[in-house]
Each structure stands twice: as C-alpha cells, then as structure tokens.
Design a protein around this ligand. Sequence first.
Ligand code: FES
Length: 333
Amino acid sequence: MQPMKNEQTLYVRVSEATILATGVRMLRLRACAPTQQLPDFTPGAHIGVSVQLQDSQKEWRQYSLIELEHRDRLTTPPESYLIAIRLDAKGRGGSRYLHEGLNVGDIIDITAPRNDFPMRSTGKRVYLIAGGIGVTPLTSMAAACKFHGRDVKMLYAGRERASMALINELQTLLGEHLHVHADSEAGAPVDLRALFDEFTNDDDIHICGPGALIDGMIVEAERRGWAHGRLNFELFSPPAATEGDSAFDVVLAASDRTLHIPADKSILEVLIEQGCDPMFDCKRGECGVCSTAVISGEIDHRDYVLSERERATHSVIYPCVSRSKSAVLVLDL
Ligand code: FES
C-alpha cells in the first residue's frame, strides 16, 4: 500500500506501547506538537504507517484505528490514534519493525485516516464478526453502537484466547452481546451455517478477518441466495499467494507489450515493476480501483468486487489479486 495521490501524510509520536496479547502490540500515536490537531475519523477507518523492512526499504502498512470509547465527533476531536499490530514472523519485516524497532518517544510518519469500511446503519441490529486481529475496526464499531444505543452483537473468533487482543475490553463494552470463539477450546472453527441461522433480515453484518473467514461467509451467503454486497467486509491483510499458482503471460494490447507474470507475483506488481503506472489502492481485491478491461483469456477471479454473473463474462480483471487460467491474457492497456 502506498499513500494515494494527494493523500495527506503527517508525523506523530509514539506515546505508549503495550503488549495486548501474544504477538499483538498496541501503539498509541499522538500529535508531535500540542497545537497540532489530529484529523478526525469514523469507525472502520485506517491509517497508513511507514515501516522499515528487513532490507531497509521503506513501505506502508495499513492499520485500523481502535476506539474503545466513542466520541461525539462534533465536539471532541481525537486525542490520539490507537493501532494494534500482529507480529508476522514470516513477513518482510514491517510488523517486526513496529514490534521491536519502535519505542515510546519515536516519531513516525503516517497517512491521515481514511475509511474504506464504513459502518452501515440501515438495519435494526449490527452484527460484527471478527477473525483474529480483524477485531480492531469492529471494536470501534461496537463502541459507536453502544454510544448511539444501537442493538449490537459480536462474534470474535481466533485460534486461542492468549493471542486474541481486546477480549476484556470488548467484554466490558458488550457484556453478554459478545461471544468469543477460541478454536482451541471449541475443538473446531466457527460453524458458519449455524452463524447464518442466527442472522435476521434486519442485521447489518460487518466482517473483518482473514481471507478464509471472509471467503467462507461469502460462499454461505451465496448458497442461501443472498444478494451480492449484503455482507460488509474488510480483509486485514493482502491475500497470500495460493499454492499451485503458475506463471502466465499478459499482453498489453494498446502498447503492444508482453509481460511475464511469475507464480509468486501479481499482475499489478509486474505492471508497477515495468513502469506502467497502473491505478490501484487496496491491493486486496476489495476497492475496485485497479479494474482493467480484458480483451481475451480466461480470468482466475480472486476479487471481492464482482458478482458471479459479472465474473462469467470475463470482461474485467482486478490485477492486484486475480490471475489467468489461460496461458495468455490480453488486457486493454
Ligand atoms: S487495488 Fe483495490 S481492487 Fe485492486
């Protein structure tokens, strides 16, 4: 993730660092000067944080903003930003930098808050489904629901309680309306069919978690004939390469170039490497910004934008995540 063109960046100071759970560190970020006011945000918003990777390269990572107590936006600006970082021991070093390379008092640059996962407010009840560190934006939504007196329920799932951040805080906030599911205690992951049986037509359903949870929810929603888009969700990390991915070629018809896409890179990554300057934002197949017309070839759709009917036309690809099932894919680029 890079800051979008015209996206505001600002310097903030780490004012507090705490271990919330095994492998999860919380950072509180405050304005560097007392006169500086942090930009406001709404539940579901994230900031970009500049990190240093193992190879000393600088990159940006997204973290959702946590609010345990909702504020009246009209009268109270945010005093600080709170983020939680799960350590990815196999990653490229971004989360390790935020766990081990930053101390209280250090100054880092961030992007101003942006909300690609706003809370819906049409239903009678808000149903929040968190998987692992995906709990962070949903915690802010839970706090907003309590503040506004909205009926709210949350399912918080994870492998084991010790690695699940914010359980106590959510219990205080939601009481009996929070259900914690630890796979290690239940002996199995969440039963999605049973979960769907609990939903009513009046629920605003929000999900944040790993791809497996979101994919499972989408499959179950489709099985039940739900309208595309009824689930409001956000992945907390970019999709990982899938085992069995293979290389293919992409032909850029307008510029008459052929690019080779290796098994471990996305089309978008290769386009950027080759200086094509494509439009993109989330890199997770959610926002739709990288939409590209396809002239021929069979797309391996992996985005969360298109409906099944739209996918069948093979006319649009989201090159940040989707690949090709045919040896050659011809793009209108
Ligand atoms: S960059 Fe968001 S869908 Fe591709």
